[in-house]
Write a protein that binds this ligand. Sequence first.
Ligand code: BG6
Length: 487
Amino acid sequence: AAPPCTLVIFGASGDLTKRLLMPALYNLSAGKLLPEGFRIVGVDHNENTDAGWRQSLGETLQSFTTDHTAEFHPDHIDADAWGFVRERLHFRQGDFSDAATFKDLAGTLHGNVVFYLAVSARFFGPIVEQLGAAGLLKQADGAFRRVVVEKPFGSDLASARALNATLLAQGDESQFFRIDHFLGKETVQSILALRFANGLLEPVWRAEHVSAIEITAAETIGVEARGAFYEPTGALRDMVPNHLFQLLCMVAMEAPESLDAEAVRDAKGRVLAAIRPIPPGDAVRGQYTAGTEFGDVVAGYRDEPNVAEASRTETYVALKLTIDTPRWAGVPFYLRTGKRLADRVTEIAVHFRPPAQSPFRAGPGADPAPDLLRLRIDPEQGMSIGLNAKRPGPEMRLGRVVAAFEYGDFFHETPSVGYETLLYDCMTGDATLFQRADGIEAAWAAVEPLLQAWRDAPVAFYAAGSDGPEEAARLLARDGNAWLPLG
Ligand code: BG6
């Protein structure tokens, strides 16, 4: 179990707390991973009591204890596991910008504390400053004081730098845990195991054998009720420097010297620093119009709540980038993400080069198709390799076969909403799955040319339920390539 500590949640009445943090704590409790001396203090501006907070979280827990992407799931709640969390919940009313809130906390907190900023990004800096001013980030007598910072971490390079500076003025880098929830996904963590624990894969994971890599995070949902957040944000800021780049790091990094947090983050940092500035001509921004999603007619982005009638915010991004390292010389990385696409798929596809010499090259219809390895991250979780094999029959003709596995066929899955590992790691002090200041800044630096170029740029339209805009297909066609179909 984790060491005894107090988890202070700013944003106790918010969505993240009920959707993800409580279900994750409940699952950790069911796995007996929480310490006896564990306490949760929730802070928010509304009036509430311990009993009231416990009651409302208990009511919502049931609906959120499965994968957070799934809808209501009437799972049975284990009374002991929830009881353990429930009796440790305490509510304190307080304004995040009022020094009194923090003075009050300072009077009651002792020993190890994790402060979780489950609040809107505009409060990140101010809360950390108040924590510092109240002396709450001082680590005395071997006790730790850590801060978990949610996303979005900045909205461009300058704001990310400024936020890092604010944080690091109040504490040491090792005290800050910047979340990217993609790193909480088991399948993302397992990429390192596949790459570096297998002699079959490790040697071919380079330009000599790989012709292109595709990274896709396609969603079927629209912007939902988040128009006010999404309008000034867009798909590039929302998904690329954080989630997609984390996938990119996992797939493109050199082998770290060890699995130690600093070694892994150093290796990731080197990939991000080696991304060649992306020319605006190598990127496409799209926006969904009305269309059909699984048989239902759905509205276009401009008709969503809190979205401007003539909005030019992108809900889709496709881009090509190159990584200036010997391993990846000349290999295009194609990234795409968007809302209201034909299917929900998060995957990495590695396209291999054909054999240098092959007797199958000769003869019509015998050209081998390139091997294709797909790392399926969401919602399917596993891996498949498309290979060439001989079709049965008297003639020597090639046919396509797929060798595949799903994690669930081999491993017993533990219930997870994706935040269990992240919370547990923060309590135990393992920063491997969190972003370091330099990593965040390198990622923003890589997309900065696009942010600049896209200030007043038009969007390409795509119908809801499609594979994205035509322009994205043309981006790959230029290289003689094509995206894998989504549907
Ligand atoms: C979030 C973005 O960080 O990630 C959302 O803000 C997006 O817009 C979500 O829908 C996707 O995450 P997941 O885990 O559902 O693939």
